[in-house]
Design a protein around this ligand. Sequence first.
Ligand SMILES: [Mn+2]
Length: 334
Amino acid sequence: MTILDVFKTRIQEAQRILITTHEYPDADGIGSEISLCLALREYGKEVFCINEEPLLERYKYLDQDDVVHGLKDFQKSNPDFKPDLMIVVDTNTKDRVGSQLGKYIGDKMPVLFIDHHPCRSGDFTTHCIDITSAATGQLVGEMIEHLGVPFNKKIALPIYTAIIIDTSSFRYPTVSASTHRLVSKLMDTGINPPEAYNGIYGTKKVHHMHLLSRILSTAATNEDETIAWMLLRKEDIDKYASDVEDTHAFINNLLVLNNIRVACMFRDDGDHIKMSLRSSGDYDVGLIAQALGGGGHSHSAATILTRGPKETTEQVIARAVKKVEEMIRKFQVV
Ligand SMILES: [Mn+2]
């Protein structure tokens, strides 16, 4: 049974469906849940997207029909909604949906994961998990097609945006011919790249440029420039009145370096240092992140580094970079 058949069967068995995504959702999680919700309503189901928190202002343009609700508001306005299936998109563990939502759904709610992240414990045959997919949005697009629900602009824009975000505008090795085949169908609805790109990226103010210049000035590399990194301090984000959310794409600036193999961005949060990793395509940074206690995709991954007693940020970074250097000698994506 393919994951498309698993999906169709589970949908046909359900009537009232709750869709959610991980806490602090990105545009892949949000875009995927919105498009899936609209398509399943067309298919005749009663569906709501319910997240731990209400949708951030910056994503509201993707939700023209107001299908996404924060849990608290939803419970007030729809106290009688009793879902018989929960679909979780863009993660494959219930632990990541948020503690309040976790309580609301309880332990007994049947769940279906639609995701493209490596899965440690979940069952690939009973859920819709494809780690080769460029974005959860791509999987959702393929599932909507499989149901026979036609795309329209409202369904297409959130999926297209999800794919832009998770491929950093079609630059990662996960982008396949299938990705572009789906995109061609989305564009047939009338959406266009500038509209989609500007909607998600063209939202900044000039202080964002100043923060970016501050972070770019911290760029450093190892001797042969195969590993590059930048340091982002929490106080810089506050000083330039920005959100952590605005800084996620900064790391991609390092990928323009000629010899780059692994790009790293360190975010100093005080006790912990978040380390994000991107691969130029040859090395599996998911494995490197795993060795450092985290995880992720082969091209994009992250981990949290704990500061040792009296260890400075620079020492934590030096330790992590050394580990990356050791590991890129061992792991190579074929
Ligand atoms: Mn994703």
